[in-house]
Design a protein around this ligand. Structure first.
Ligand code: ATP
Ligand code: MG
Ligand code: MG
Ligand code: MG
Length: 562
């Protein structure tokens, strides 16, 4: 590609509203432009990087027997009403109406659409398992779009969904997806960890986030310095500090709903009820069940009231009742601040809860008439502690360290959460209708691009790894008015392209300083400068990442570039 043909609007100044390096450089190097808050256009270079990230993802997904499809972004409200998420998803879901006043959502995620698609098509266990993926724009009206592509309101996601007849089959696919994700992020050169992101009570392995270690990450992960143990800090608190004792198990059994009296049943209870939210955790302290209240902002939809009961409480609290709880109580109870804006309330505080509402961090999932001391035992505050740096790792190997992470991927065992309400069933080998057992697997494609951009850069600009670099070689004839330089540039451009290299030729009539500054900013892996020594057939080669320079003759280029 010739620079006089393409569109690379580089900027000298750092845009004032771009806070993090990846965002600043993506703007300055002319890869993206912002349209409005959280919404971006990809310019030619940005689009090429995006496509390369997609290619890696596609290759690994296909190698793992996931097959590509493409579903609509515009989704009829009825589907979201069937799953219930129309009422619980909150303001993040973009809603709109057609000319006939029918309601729609712009896809924030596609569980409903894909479950409804398959329920009419896959009716026999013989056609399972099935794993399908797509790469598509997602829409989420984030409260705080920030850091450029890292948290957009329209962003590109790879989302995969798997369908199974048995939970063993889901387990298998989950492991395969886990490996595929590791392959993807390793190939992209990212420094990442797969972290446990689920409640210990449901196994602690049913839900993993992939975190790129980065100081600008919004999540905190706790990991062992000598083993592969890593968990989201909230989950680390559960898993590390409060293993389930026999007594806890008995306490949990006591509070189980009729007919459900094992730990597994209680776990399932949380799966199908309170655990509609992202972060419900069953919190345990020694032999007692613990209520954990957590909230971000003072909004009903953001209420993060968490509980570890499920016993005699069956009635749902209305949003007004939850609001009442917030208005009149929690603020005055003197919460103790802990990492991650999670607050534990001391026992007296729990007892004071008006209405005894407990639930998950989404409206519509709160129970009322919860009686502390009856439905669950209230522990003394001093029993509760979040994991800290320096604690022993729960796997017994090494000590815990904290790091900030960017969530680039998330894999999840959904079970029957969507197939039951959406009536996605198949006939099993006994001819009985059963709900699909499902898994879902997401990667933020545009967020990955930004995470790579965050990791591969120096003071002068990007230092893209080959696998995602927009082009492999930057050919820079210093002075295109000089016939020798210009012609040698054209000749090498043709030669490299004919040999399947991706080449960007700076054929602009710009000063040398401008060309070099832009080349460093754009950050292609190899720069070949055609300058004063062109007449002797000598070229100056610079490896962008290391800064190493060499002199090659024109005849050596093909042989040495490999
Ligand atoms: P976060 O905690 O950052 O809000 P999430 O847990 O809501 O992300 P998921 O529903 O798990 O996101 O979606 C799958 C993946 O999509 C995430 O792991 C992340 O990489 C990406 N993603 C989610 N929200 C955004 C966003 N607003 N902008 C860019 N990528 C996003
Ligand atoms: Mg989110
Ligand atoms: Mg998340
Ligand atoms: Mg997530």
């Amino acid at each position: 590609m010739k620079q006089t043909v393409t569109f690379i609007p580089t900027l000298r100044e750092t845009p004032a509203d771009a806070e993090v390096r990846s965002h600043q450089l993506l703007l300055r190097a002319g890869f993206i432009r912002q349209n409005t808050s959280g919404i971006y256009s990809f310019l030619p270079l940005g689009k090429r990087v995006l496509q390369k990230v997609e290619t890696v993802i596609r290759e690994e997904m296909e190698a793992a027997n996931s097959v590509e499809i493409f579903m609509p972004a515009l989704q009829q409200a009825e589907l979201w009403q069937e799953s219930g998420r129309w009422y619980t998803y909150g303001d993040e879901l973009m809603r709109l109406k057609d000319r006939n006043d029918r309601e729609f959502a712009l896809g924030a995620t596609h569980e409903e659409v894909i479950t409804s698609l398959l329920r009419d098509e896959i009716k026999s266990y013989k056609k399972l398992p099935l794993n399908l993926f797509q790469i598509q724009s997602k829409f989420r009206d984030e409260k705080r779009p920030r850091f450029g592509l890292l948290r957009g309101r329209e962003f590109l996601m790879k989302d995969a969904y798997s369908f199974h007849a048995t939970s063993e089959s889901l387990d298998e696919t989950y492991d395969v997806m886990m490996q595929a994700y590791k392959n993807i992020f390793t190939r992209l050169g990212l420094n990442f960890r797969a972290v446990i992101a689920d409640s210990g009570a449901i196994g602690g392995k049913d839900n993993h986030e992939f975190m790129v270690l980065s100081e600008i990450g919004e999540d905190t992960i706790a990991y062992s310095d000598t083993s592969s143990y890593a968990a989201n800090i909230e989950m680390a608190a559960v898993n590390v500090t409060y293993p389930v004792s026999d007594e806890t198990a008995r306490a949990m059994e006591k509070v189980a709903t009729p007919g459900k009296n094992t730990i597994a049943d209680i776990a399932e209870f949380f799966q199908t009820t309170a655990d509609k939210c992202i972060k419900t955790m069953v919190f345990k302290a020694d032999d007692e069940l613990v209520i954990v209240l957590a909230r971000g902002d003072h909004e009903v939809n953001d209420v993060k009231v968490k509980h570890a009961t499920g016993a005699t409480v069956v009635e749902m609290a209305t949003p007004e009742e939850v609001q009442h709880l917030l208005d009149c109580d929690i603020g005055s109870l003197g919460p103790i601040n802990l990492p991650g804006d999670i607050r534990l309330f001391a026992d007296h505080a729990v007892e004071n809860i008006v209405n005894g509402i407990a639930g998950a961090n989404e409206s519509g999932y709160h129970y009322k008439n919860v009686t502390p001391g009856k439905d669950f035992t209230v522990p003394a505050f001093h029993d509760l502690r979040f994991i800290q740096e320096g604690d022993a790792s729960p796997d017994g190997q090494g000590t815990i360290q904290f790091a900030k992470g960017i969530e680039v991927g998330h894999i999840f065992k959904l079970g029957t959460t969507y197939s039951i309400p959406l009536k996605g069933t198949f006939l099993n080998d006994q001819g009985k209708a059963m709900p699909y057992i499902m898994g879902c697997y997401g990667i933020g494609v545009s967020r990955v691009l930004a995470a790579v951009a965050e990791q591969f850069q120096d003071d002068d600009g990007f230092t893209w790894p080959n696998i995602v670099a927009p082009y492999e070689v930057h050919l820079v004839p210093v002075n295109v008015k000089d016939d020798v330089q210009r012609e040698l540039g054209e000749e090498l451009y043709a030669l490299l392209k004919n040999n399947r290299y991706e080449v960007l030729l700076d054929d602009r009539k710009e000063r040398a300083g401008v060309k070099f500054t832009d080349a460093d900013l754009i950050g292609l892996p190899i720069r070949i400068t055609i300058g004063k020594k062109a007449a002797e057939g000598i070229l100056e080669v610079k490896i962008r990442r290391t800064g190493e320079t060499f002199e090659w003759t024109r005849d050596e280029v093909l042989e040495k570039i490999q």
